[in-house]
Design a protein around this ligand. Sequence first.
Ligand code: ASP
Length: 308
Amino acid sequence: MATTSRRRLIRVNDLSDAALAELFARARAFETGEALPGGRLQGRFVVNLFYENSTRTRVSFEVAAKRLGAEVVNVTPAGTSVAKGESLVDTVRTIEANGPDVIVFRHQDSGAPEVIERETKAAVINAGDGSRGHPTQALLDAMTLQSTLQRERLDGLMVAMVGDVIHSRVARSNMDLLPRLGARVRLVGPSCFVADGFRDLGFEVAHDLEEGLRGCDVVMMLRVQLERHQGVSFGSTREYHRRYGLTKERLDRCAPQAWVMHPGPTNRGVEMTDEVMDDPRCLVRSQVEHGMFVRMAALDMLVSGGAA
Ligand code: ASP
């Protein structure tokens, strides 16, 4: 799957263009029932090593692995020796001694992937490392757009990513992936969350929501990553919502129509209102549904290689 010999999905750019196309094709085949999941990972052993909280990603990796027939063990700090102070290195060595085929990990430290890769021979999948990357989220976001718009390429699409871009691993991975699929990306938020320097990397930048939403086809809302703020002051959540919260009125002004996405968890009333969450233009549920197929495809490709 990877462009290197290592079986890894740490960053979106570990996927060559051919591997990316194969992953989407495989995910679609699982979705339509063209490819049958049963038994493909029979006898394989997947470890979900999650140092940070997760609902969607952990559940979806677990269901995906089980649908493919793998055995799954979930390891979280509470209830293991991590809570007794065991280091990441020693924890991975312990897991490695049990012979995993895949380690899916989430860690608050952006350097965790390198440590984990060094200590295991298993294939590794990044389910979120600090603010650096969350590749399967970007892949499921893209698949959601592909299936909503009924096309594989996203050429001409303007995606406005609104919120805490600087601290968001979801934004990072989407900034890697969306341009590869032909979409344009505009980053919208206060300057403490959206640096003007992003322009030098080829992204549009807007600090005003009205301006940021103008002409966009997709609004991708990002959660304010309070847990990653060190000395960042963005004011109160009420003030943030007043300036950057997505309301139905603001969404209605996107002409002719914009789809709404959010990786979850959503803070209703902060990033967007209940009304927007429940609006038919909101793709949050579809994102979760596509997550499982994307993760099935990623696990399948990493473990069994070959065509679907
Ligand atoms: N669930 C996503 C993540 O783990 C988004 C978020 O937490 O805001 O990065």
